[in-house]
Design a protein around this ligand. Structure first.
Ligand code: GDP
Length: 354
């Protein structure tokens, strides 16, 4: 399953000037920190002494208890790096391959509330260098802190940044480089949306996942289904009906509730039938996963507006959350069965993917 592919998880690197919001983004997305508390965060640079030093602030094996068992980590591998001045890819003392060799996406954060010409020129230098040595990396620009800006100003800023970047790349003969832009803020769900889009591009099985979700929805009377990375609340796939912000927010809040409840009342239940004897070897990953598969947690909640939320943990990173009308859940046996089929199919998709 996914566990064995752990060193092949989509890898992301967050870069940008200091104070652009990198630590805040990682704390809000990966540590459930309330956005207002980021005001008191230490800037990432303060931890840095060496101008080129990777700062893996977020320990992924954090031991997050969700419902019954431990969610070890996120579906993605995530690191934060302050912009270190000039990136000299020829510097023999620094192992760039180690950092960029398996990187899926470089996320560059620009503070839209601040003067951005200099940060932008640093971005351009970086893209040009990365293009030369690691052309496969997706470049994703977060035009960040847009909560303080009017809608019109937001779009103008994004357009300006796009235009300047396009011009600079063209001047360097890089007309065909794809750069994506996202308007983000930690004060609403836009930061999660942006991460979802970034991650989805890195999942080769995305089309299959969407098809499986479509089949699940149409066979079970489900209106909307999301496959969430539980730790970050980023959805990695959804069925092809349009995403409306409100359903996304409800589902994401629901994960919060479940995780909170299980952090308080949950416990790390040993998989059944596993006898822990000091001489026995640690169970192999597949054995563990098979046992975990019999213990997946699920939860159903009825909303006042007649809708029902259905949650099922799929594996150690992912949970399925479905939004449906209450008459659909009257045939809960059918829904449960279809979800089980979905879960089995998903398992196979990720196995074949390897
Ligand atoms: P870093 O140096 O890039 O890690 O930046 P920090 O994460 O320390 O953020 C610098 C400041 O920007 C902090 O005071 C944050 O509260 C603030 N900040 C971060 N994200 C946002 C945002 O989306 N909107 C607003 N208004 N402020 C933000």
């Amino acid at each position: 399953g996914l566990g064995q592919a752990s060193n092949r998880r989509p890898r992301l690197l967050l870069m940008g000037q200091r104070r652009s919001g990198k630590s805040s983004i990682s704390s809000v997305v990966f540590h459930k920190m309330p956005p207002t508390e980021t005001l008191f965060l230490e800037s990432t640079t303060r931890i840095q002494k060496d101008p080129i030093q990777l700062v893996p602030i977020f320990v992924l094996e954090r031991g997050f208890i969700a419902n019954i068992w431990l969610l070890h980590s996120s579906f993605m591998d995530f690191q934060v790096w302050d912009f270190p001045g000039q990136l000299n890819f020829l510097d023999p003392t620094f192992d760039f391959d180690h950092i960029f060799g398996e990187l899926g996406a470089l996320i560059w954060v620009i503070d839209a509330q601040d003067e951005y010409l200099e940060p932008l020129s640093n971005l351009h230098t970086t893209i040009i260098a990365i293009q030369r040595f690691y052309p496969a990396i997706n470049i994703e620009v977060f035009v960040h802190k847009v909560d303080g800006l009017s809608d019109e100003y937001k779009l103008d800023t994004q357009r300006d940044i796009m235009q300047r970047t396009q011009d600079e790349l063209s001047d360097n003969g890089l007309d065909n480089v794809q750069v994506s832009y996202h308007l983000t803020s930690i004060y609403d769900h836009s930061i999660f949306e942006a991460f979802s889009k970034v991650i989805q591009k890195l999942i080769p099985q995305l089309g299959t996942l969407e098809n499986l979700l479509n089949v699940l929805c149409s066979n079970s009377g489900i209106e909307k289904a999301f496959l969430f990375d539980v730790l970050s609340k980023i959805y990695i796939a959804t069925d092809s009906s349009p995403v409306d912000m409100q359903s996304y927010e409800i589902c994401s809040d629901y994960i919060d509730v479940i995780v909170d409840v299980s952090e308080i009342y949950g416990y790390d239940r040993k998989p059944q039938g596993q006898v822990s004897s000091p001489t026995s070897e640690a169970p192999s990953e597949t054995q563990q996963e098979e046992e975990e598969a019999t213990l997946e947690a699920s939860s159903i909640i009825r909303l006042q507006n007649g809708m029902v939320l259905y949650l099922r943990e799929i594996n150690k990173y992912l949970a399925l959350i479905c939004l449906m009308r209450k008459d659909s859940i009257e045939r809960q046996g059918l829904v449960d069965f279809n979800v089980q089929v979905f879960q089995n199919a998903l398992q196979r998709v990720f196995e074949v993917g390897r």
